[in-house]
Design a protein around this ligand. Sequence first.
Ligand code: ADP
Length: 464
Amino acid sequence: MKGVKNICCIGAGYVGGPTMAVIALKCPHIKVNIVDINEERIAAWNGDDLDQLPIYEPGLKEIVAETRDRNLFFTTDIEKGIEEADLIFISVNTPTKTYGKGKGQAADLKYIELCARKIAEVAKEDKIVIEKSTLPVRTAEALKSILENTGNGVNFEILSNPEFLAEGTAVEDLLSPDRVLIGGDNTETGQAAKNALTEVYANWVPKERILQTNVWSSELSKLTANAFLAQRISSINAMSALCEVTEADVDEVAKAIGMDSRIGAKFLKSSVGFGGSCFQKDILNLVYIAKSFGLQEVADYWEQVIILNDYQKRRFADKIIKESYNTVNGKNIAFFGWAFKKDTNDTRESAAIYVADYLLDEQADIIVYDPKVSKEQIYADLEYLNTHSSEEIRARVKVVSSPYEAVEKAHAIAVLTEWDEFINYDWSKIYDAMLKPANVFDGRNILRKEELSEIGFKVFNIGK
Ligand code: ADP
């Protein structure tokens, strides 16, 4: 197979955007087109103000500045992008189904299917199609079937190249990945396709870190990796509840077990619960797949990771209510943070959404400050739950652009995201602005408790 000269990526989101920007940076000889149906999003990627790119990731705007209009292009011309490309990445969203069979668990593949049909319709030469979205196992098979049955006689090779980047460190993860996984058929053409993609990554990733497998192993590895990571968080969060009723300190426990080299220190931070678009979705997929093969025990085992996570969010909201003399009705609760973690503006499945929802059930007034998340996103996240009317949400939830504004006459502060800036605020000024007793619920265990207690705050932590 000839060397890759042109890449098209369908979907200019959290995965497609940063991944293609890094490929363009490291492969100046390859032209990379990112295409998307969302005109507004494409316009934002092409905008003059690099601080207004649709996705915030540390280091991303610098790469876009260097590569955009050099060999990285953002466009809505999907057909041209497909036609020109040797390699097509599919990087569209695969949300959990909200209807029909598999509702609440299975991934909705309608966007993937639309892409496949578009590729089949437009392609006039052989193409390598790569699934990049977070996907359930067997998507490659579905893709193959659509492409083969509606194509115009051209040969498609389907590869699975799952994304292991973490939001907030996407650029760093892409620049020096622990491994790159490429799954494909072991036929001659399949092998050639795997090699072609390997050559692209080999421009900056050491060859020993590029792993070739069969499609199934590659797809299942992605789900397995996320299930293991989420399981670590649920495991330490389970211990946090036990720490709170004994005199143990979850950070001390985490440090102690993390020093065991068999366990390792990463992903042991207890918190209000994990969020993000991948963990919950991937585990639900795993559960759905296990069930559909009749493996009920396997499904139950992994489902418990989600159940524990829901429990942790509920527990945090309950704590706020209990410590507010058992009622938050009409009280001002300031939220510090809305994103599912720091250094991203992504809010999908963020713990903040669910904690806010529980507090709205109790008729609290919520004032949100997040350094990167927009007001409309916050309202959209709450409206999506469909548990409170849009009017009620807009009446009870206020979004402000400064932390000091958020705490004005607040009864309590809840820290929902671990943004670094929260630590170094003028906490005396915050104390003065609040109603007393001034309670702080540190859902991320990031604040300096002693300092805050000296000022007069009552600080509640997770697992202490
Ligand atoms: P992810 O986190 O997987 O990157 P995002 O939701 O951030 O997910 O991005 C997915 C992108 O894919 C969105 O910008 C959406 O507009 C785009 N998209 C969805 N379906 C199609 C399609 N059929 N053709 C082109 N782009 C699509």
